[in-house]
Ligand binder design. Sequence first.
Ligand code: F6P
Length: 540
Amino acid sequence: MSDDKQGAAWDKLGELAKTVGAGKIRDLINGDPDRSQRMVKSGAGITLDYARQRIDDEVLQTLLQLADERGVLERRDAMFRGDHINVTEDRAVLHTALRLPEGAQLNVDGQDVAGDVHKVLAKMANFSDRIRSGEWTGHTGKRIKNVVNVGIGGSDLGPVMAYMALRDYADRDMTFRFVSNVDGTDLVESVTGLDPAETVFIIASKTFTTLETMTNAAAARDWVKTGLGQDVDVAKHFVAVSTNANGVADFGIDTENMFPFWDWVGGRYSMDSAIGLSTMVAVGPENFRDMLAGFHEMDEHFRTAEPSDNLPLLMGLLSVWNRNFLNCPTNAVLPYEQYLVRFPAYLQQLTMESNGKSVKLDGSAVESETGPIYWGEPGTNGQHSFYQLIHQGTSVIPCDVLFGIKTLNNLGKQHDYLVASALGQAAVFAMGRTADEVRADGVEERLVPAKVMPGNRPCSVITYEVLSPRTLGRLVALYEHTVFTTGAIWGIDSFDQWGVELGKAMANSLVPQLVDGAPAPQTQDAATTASVARYRELGG
Ligand code: F6P
């Protein structure tokens, strides 16, 4: 594979980085009044305003040329078609099939993908309706009031994020909890106050081998048995979401109560598969289908919109510009929407497990920088915490500012205040405040340097009408395809995650030493052996 830092577009972007990239966003905005109309694009119900990015039309055209040279659209089409674009795992990447409308046709590797998706959705809907209506009762005949999702990574972050995002649409008479950490505190605190007779656990694990989830599932089963008796019918309190039917059966869950998905759904791309069962129980099948429709709208936009109007493509290219040409190592996501409180955490896995890679599809080393660090918190809270560093720190941090045009909770003028904060911060990110402007405010001279705001922080403003299941689907798909675009430019496999495996193996190899006091193997490094010994000496 060719050097990823070569090619006509890459070279030209390198030159443009020395001119446009070294310039000021403030000058770009002030010198081009039309920019704020031109650099705004809408698609699938989302509007992307990128006028505050440190680009001009030439940079944008060259980024689009880069996408062309790197075959991003061909790779996109290969993904939608079901080609095995996850090369290291030799798998198709078909999360887009999870939201195909009923009746759509997609056969891949001999599987009726679309048909299978809708069969599982129907099974999920049936379960959700039975729980929500009270028809599904627990061992003692009591109605189920609590749903506890046990999973980690993609089997947790999407469900938690979606539940938090869609609380306004959720059944308020039910309680939803999410257990992920192998730290026993997580399970204990999650079941505190719940009656096992009224509780169903959803054990969500693609592989059904993950240490944390299997350990928590066993502890949950013990909790149910302790509460309801050893002869309890656990089938009434446990269902599973997995690709591993044997693992589910071995655990003791009736595979009739298993909701399958497939190896072509990556964990971090699975919140709209059966992994979203807790979401469906919370908001009901109709809202869940509405969320899928939102995903599909963005898929169609990504698949068919002209490159210069294509939101995920544009966002991905801007991310490449900021990462590789402006040398920004991180990207903040700042939703001015309290319901999106877990959206940044969700995006951490989506973006960083996907694009935290150092080798290309052919195994050769990546020459350019890859995945930026994604992080963030809802505004306005972040303003009173880490925004100081964004505004005046020595690193330039591009920001995504998100908000709804309307709110679900209209308290007087509070939504206008929220939007004022979002746009006010975006203005400061982009425009800053010069020393002369600070002086013009009458600030005494010794304080002028401290009050100068460098600005020039690239910023995108992403808006939607109102947060709904459909909006959430559109937003998640927007970021999924943004991640796809950047990964395609870098020529990496955005769909494997080999980097997490060795840590898991190391933890497993330490279990005998920590649990049974087994001696350390000769091959173990001295630092680890000493730490284990110290833990024991200190009474651990
Ligand atoms: O450790 C990383 C990972 O493999 C993620 O990719 C995945 O989302 C998570 O673990 C959970 O895996 P599983 O759903 O198989 O339990």
